[in-house]
Design a protein around this ligand. Structure first.
Ligand SMILES: Cc1cc2nc3c(=O)[nH]c(=O)nc-3n(C[C@H](O)[C@H](O)[C@H](O)COP(=O)(O)OP(=O)(O)OC[C@H]3O[C@@H](n4cnc5c(N)ncnc54)[C@H](O)[C@@H]3O)c2cc1C
Length: 306
C-alpha cells in the first residue's frame, strides 16, 4: 500500500525550505519534492535585504538555506518535478516526473521561473550563448560582449554582475526608460562598458554553433549587434501549471487567504507562486512558515487515521 504522508512540500526555495524547517520541528511525517534546492535565491547576485545579513551573495544565502534544511535530516526528493496534483476524498495525490505520492496536506511553494522571449533562435541557442541566469552563467562570458534583455530589477541585477566580468554590456529595454530600482540604475548609467537601448526590442537571436549576434528593432529601424551572450531577464511566471484545480488570478498566481489556504481544503501555498504582493526572499520565507503552521493546525484538527 502506498505510504500516506502528513504533508508534502513542493519546492525548496526560501518558502519551501522554511516550511520544511518548521515541519521538522513539529515532527510531521513529511516529504519535500523539488527540482532544485535554493530556488531563485541562487540566481541573485547581491542580497542586502535579508535581515541578519547586511550583505550576502545569493548563492551563499542559498547554501545557508540548504544547510538549514539538512540540519533536520529532511526527506528530500531532489531533481524531481511535480507534474500534477489532485484531491480525492481526504487524500491529495502528487504525481511527479519519477513517482506518485499521497498526503493529507500539501504546501505548494514552487515559486517562479523566467519568462521566455519568444523570438526566433531562442530555443535553438538556449544554453549555447542564450541563458536566463546571470549569476549561474555570467562567468562564462568573461571579456566578451553580451546583451541583457529587460529593464526591471532582474535585468539590472544581471547587468550589474556582467559589467564586472564582460568587455561590453548592452541593455536592451522595450520601454522608454529602465524601470528597476534607482540605486541599480545609477550604477549602470555610470559604468563605462554599458550601453542602454531604450524603446528597443530583440527580434531574433542568431549564430552558428553558439550565439554571435542579435537583431534589434528601435521604432522602425532594424540593426544587428555582435554579441557572444544573451541574458534574458524579462520577468518571471509562476510555476503553477501542475495545480489544475487550484484557483489562480489572471497572472496564474495561486490565490491564498491570510492563512495561506487555497480553495482546496488541505492544500496551502506560499511564496512567489501565490498572489501575495511583493516577491522577496524574506517574504517567501515568512509565508513558508505561516503556511506550515496552518497545515499543522489543519492536520491537528482533522486527526486523520491512516
Ligand atoms: C535575479 C534575481 C535577484 C533577486 N534578488 C533579490 C534580493 O536581492 N532580495 C530579495 O529579497 N529577493 C530577491 N529576489 C526574489 C527572491 O529570490 C524570490 O522572491 C524568492 O526566491 C521566492 O522564493 P520561493 O521559495 O517562493 O520560490 P523560488 O525561489 O522560485 O523557489 C521555488 C522552488 O520550487 C521548485 N519548483 C518549481 N517548480 C516545481 C515543480 N513543478 N516541481 C517541484 N519543484 C518545483 C524550484 O526548483 C525551486 O526550488 C531576486 C530574484 C531574482 C530572479
Amino acid at each position: 500500500m502506498m505510504k500516506i504522508y502528513d504533508l508534502i512540500i513542493i519546492g525548496a526555495g526560501p518558502a519551501g525550505i522554511t516550511a520544511s524547517v518548521y515541519a521538522a520541528r513539529k515532527q510531521l511525517d513529511f516529504l519535500v519534492i523539488s527540482i532544485d534546492v535554493g530556488g531563485q535565491t541562487a540566481w541573485s547576485g547581491e542580497v542586502e535585504n535579508y535581515t541578519g545579513y547586511q550583505f550576502i551573495s545569493g548563492p551563499e544565502l542559498a547554501q545557508k538555506f540548504e544547510e538549514h534544511l539538512h540540519k533536520f535530516k529532511t526527506p528530500l526528493k531532489e531533481n524531481e518535478e511535480v507534474l500534477a496534483l489532485e484531491k480525492t476524498d481526504s487524500l491529495i495525490r502528487v504525481k511527479t516526473s519519477r513517482s506518485d505520492y499521497q498526503a493529507h496536506s500539501v504546501i505548494i511553494a514552487s515559486g517562479k521561473k523566467s519568462r521566455e522571449l519568444m523570438v526566433e533562435g531562442e530555443k535553438e541557442f538556449k544554453n549555447r550563448g542564450l541563458t536566463y541566469c546571470a549569476t549561474c552563467d555570467g562567468p562564462l562570458f568573461a571579456g566578451k560582449v553580451v546583451a541583457v534583455v529587460g529593464g526591471g530589477n532582474s535585468a539590472l541585477d544581471a547587468a550589474l554582475q556582467l559589467m564586472k566580468i564582460a568587455k561590453q554590456v548592452y541593455v536592451i529595454n522595450n520601454t522608454a526608460a529602465l524601470t528597476g530600482d534607482a540605486v541599480m540604475q545609477d550604477k549602470i548609467v555610470q559604468a563605462t562598458n554599458t550601453t542602454i537601448f531604450n524603446n528597443t526590442l530583440v527580434t531574433a537571436v542568431l549564430g552558428d554553433k553558439f550565439v554571435n549576434r542579435i537583431k534589434i528593432k528601435n521604432r522602425n529601424q532594424q540593426e544587428e549587434l555582435a554579441v557572444a551572450g544573451v541574458f534574458v531577464e524579462i520577468g518571471l511566471v509562476p510555476n503553477s501549471g501542475f495545480a489544475k484545480g487550484v484557483n489562480k488570478n489572471s497572472q496564474n498566481e495561486i490565490i491564498v487567504d491570510a492563512r495561506n489556504r487555497t480553495n482546496i481544503e488541505g492544500v496551502f501555498a506560499a511564496g512567489d507562486v501565490t498572489d501575495v504582493p511583493e516577491k522577496q526572499i524574506i517574504i517567501a520565507a515568512g509565508e513558508g512558515s505561516k503556511a506550515l503552521l496552518s497545515a499543522f493546525h489543519y492536520l491537528s484538527r482533522n486527526n486523520f487515521s491512516d
